[in-house]
Design a protein around this ligand. Structure first.
Ligand code: AHG
Ligand code: MN
Ligand code: MN
Length: 339
């Protein structure tokens, strides 16, 4: 008897809960799942296939693109173009958003924002990388699609998810009714439901931040790091420090184990490093759906009105109590030091 449930079976089962659903979102999620399997295959054989290393071009943020960034980007855009449910893809790897012009996509209603390969500087050293995606509905099907259809607040996301290509490969996603995780079984080539109804582990006892940037952190963040390191039996401090440098993998670990991920403003990135549309909004949606919280230090990530596609933001994301604490300390520091 087959005891597992595949991603495809799960999506169809969930669709049946919405009597008026036409199956477009289901097909879109399925397409993303298929592209993820192809990317997984290439990530896994990266050392073999002469595909490691720099591609020789830079993305809009001036960062070096790796070959696998480009490959992953192409795979997801191809899958979304062929599927017919998506009218626009906004990718971290492209300056402008891409209108899908395939005949099947003529009146498609979904917009996908994607970080095709997150943590790409970790590929060369065999450390987990991932894909992050976010799905919005077009504002109005009667009007041609425009930038305002894409620059929607994160709270409008209809679905979001990530794939982590790690010691095993997982896809985790939400459509706003909780979070479910699927592990790729390489022997049958299917994502199988392994983590149903995911909730962020409580209490959170880990903090994840690039402490090398410490001297440039806002005072409230410095105070919070000291707080994490203090001894206090009642709150089980000091907390453990864990930082991979792939946001998707850091957040995935914190979701399973409990913890906070912080990327504040720094000297190199005065508005924060991570991108609102491709990284922070989708992961904020997932973490909120799992019972956690995501903030820029003052405002809920999902309530930020994006002004541009590649906008960056400081981000504090994880267990609610931990994010509340860092927000409180940022307010206190602002009052005490005027920063
Ligand atoms: P990407 O590979 O998509 O450009 O993202 C890299 C990001 C993110 O994954 C990670 O959390 C962060 O950069 C790490 O930055 P630092 O090296 O500054 O810690
Ligand atoms: Mn990224
Ligand atoms: Mn990337």
């Amino acid at each position: 008897m087959i005891r597992f449930k595949t991603l495809g079976q799960f999506i169809i089962e969930k669709q049946a809960e919405f009597p008026y659903a036409k199956g477009e979102l289901s097909r879109l999620l399925r397409d993303i799942g298929i592209a993820a399997k192809v990317v997984n295959r290439e990530v896994n054989k990266a050392g073999l296939a002469d595909i490691l290393g720099d591609h020789g071009t830079c993305n809009i943020q001036g960062e070096e693109q790796k070959k696998l960034d480009v490959f992953a980007d192409e795979q997801f855009i191809d899958a979304l173009s062929q599927g017919g449910e998506c009218c626009v893809v906004a990718s971290e790897e492209h300056d402008e958003y891409i209108k899908i012009k395939t005949p099947v996509s003529a009146n498609a209603k979904y917009i996908v924002c994607i970080d095709p390969l997150d943590g790409s500087s970790n590929i060369d050293v065999n450390v987990s990388v991932g894909t992050i995606f976010s799905i919005y509905r077009r504002n109005n099907l009667d009007n041609p699609v425009s930038i305002t259809d894409i620059l929607q607040k994160g709270v409008n996301q209809v679905a979001a998810g990530y794939i982590v290509y790690g010691s095993s490969t997982m896809m985790v996603y939400t459509t706003g009714r909780g979070v479910n995780g699927f592990t790729l079984d390489p022997t049958i080539g299917e994502f199988c439901l392994s983590h149903p109804k995911m909730r962020i582990n409580e209490p959170g006892l880990m903090y994840s931040i690039n402490e090398g940037n410490y001297v440039h952190f806002p005072q409230g963040v410095k105070n919070y790091i000291k707080y994490c390191q203090e001894e206090d039996r009642a709150t089980q401090r000091p907390y453990s420090s864990r930082y991979i440098g792939s946001m998707v993998a850091d957040i995935h670990r914190n979701l399973l184990k409990g913890g906070i991920f912080l990327y504040p403003a720094t000297a190199a990135y005065p508005s924060g490093k991570l991108r609102l549309m491709y990284e922070c909004n989708p992961l904020a949606f997932i973490i909120e759906q799992a019972g956690g919280k995501a903030s820029n230090g003052h405002v809920r990530i999902l309530d930020i009105q994006p002004q541009s596609l590649h906008q960056r933001t400081p981000v504090f994301i994880g267990n609610k109590a931990m994010v509340d604490q860092v927000e409180k300390m940022m307010v206190e520091a602002a009052i005490a030091y005027g920063v």
